[in-house]
Design a protein. Structure first.
Length: 349
């Protein structure tokens, strides 16, 4: 798939803008293309530009132009959201897939559509008014991130043994201490390790420096001692497989699940991303302020980091007791007597 040859000009210009000017990653831009491709396939069917019998995933969009884009209304988008929530297959390549995308998945597609129309009106300036200005996103339930507590984290690390133990221990240590995204971890190169610093390439190709504590430095040193003796196909990759190729996200996901199971933890409840949640939570619980955590995690917006500021019930109880007014109670006394002066006795005010 290459949007540069497959997308119509109006969509290609939008994607080029995000890849070259906004410096979004190729993966992100490809996702934008898939979202818009599916949306305009639906629009063509709804507006009678293709037969109703046509397979949605086979409808071409090479003829999508400004006139069609202008004809789309908020009503069309909400009808599309209804289709996604009821009739869209969740996992097209799975024989056991259900129907209906989650609110989070629909919200992402809404964001793409909104961004596309905003570009056409404020950047390309080919539309005078933005018909998606008041487009609402699906309401999302705010669920607390799942994470390992300190004892579970230690148990996970202490259970690492057997083949690849130095590599796997190092990966888990970086997840739990630095809060790396899995894409950031598999993208690490040998020259990204610089003493007690780690150069990380995050979302949107944004570079940041993460400082390595003693545990991370020791884990990296132990792995490099083993890694250096192996003939890697990718000579730059920090983490490699037994076949000497760079670790992929699938390989890391599989490893994490295997190590969780060995530690007696439910692998269906936790993942590499939950280890990122764990790192964030443990740092906050031990005095790291939320703005510093924002820098560590590589979040562009503070409100993204604030999902980690959850605390358990015991923390709330301790906080309530810590208030110095917590021991100030109302003193019980007899009903106060009103002192009557001469004016009151005479009925005056």
């Amino acid at each position: 798939m290459d949007y540069r040859t497959e997308a119509p000009q109006i969509i290609r210009d939008f994607l080029n803008y995000h890849e070259t000017i906004q410096a979004h990653s190729r993966k992100t831009v490809d996702e934008y293309y898939l979202d818009l491709r599916n949306f305009f396939r639906y629009i063509k069917m709804e507006k009678g530009l293709v037969p109703r019998s046509a397979e949605l995933d086979e409808i071409p969009i090479d003829d999508v132009d400004l006139d069609l884009v202008r004809s789309v209304t908020l009503t069309d988008v909400y009808a599309y959201m209804s289709y996604l929530s009821r009739d869209r297959v969740r996992h097209a390549n799975s024989p056991e897939s259900g129907y209906g995308l989650t609110p989070a998945a629909r919200a992402r597609k809404i964001a793409t559509i909104r961004s596309f129309y905003k570009y056409l009106t404020t950047k390309a300036k080919v539309m005078a008014e933005n018909p998606m200005q008041d487009l609402d996103s699906p309401r999302l339930k705010k669920a607390l991130p799942r994470y390992l507590d300190l004892d579970e984290s230690i148990r996970l690390l202490e259970s690492v043994d057997g083949a690849d133990r130095e590599r796997d221990y190092c990966i888990l240590t970086l997840f739990l201490n630095c809060g790396l995204r899995i894409s950031e971890l598999v993208g690490l190169n040998l020259n990204d390790v610089r003493g007690d610093q780690l150069r990380v390439l995050g979302k949107g190709n944004k570079e940041r420096i993460v400082f390595l504590n003693d545990a991370c430095q020791q884990a990296v040193a132990d792995w490099l001692a083993v890694r250096g003796a192996q003939a890697a196909i990718d000579k730059n990759a920090l983490f490699i497989t037994r076949r000497h190729t760079r670790m992929t996200t699938d390989a890391v996901h599989y490893m994490v699940k295997k190590r969780l199971l060995a530690a007696g933890l439910d692998p269906s409840l936790y993942s590499s991303h939950k280890l990122r949640h764990t790192a964030a939570t443990l740092m906050l619980q031990n005095g790291v302020d939320v703005r510093t955590l924002q820098e560590v995690l590589g979040h562009e917006h503070l409100n993204t980091t604030q999902i980690y500021t959850h605390v358990d019930n015991e923390d709330l109880r301790v906080a309530a007791k810590a208030n110095p007014l917590g021991k100030v109670t109302r003193k019980k006394s007899a009903k106060p007597k009103i002192q009557e002066d001469d004016s009151m006795k005479s009925g005056g005010l």
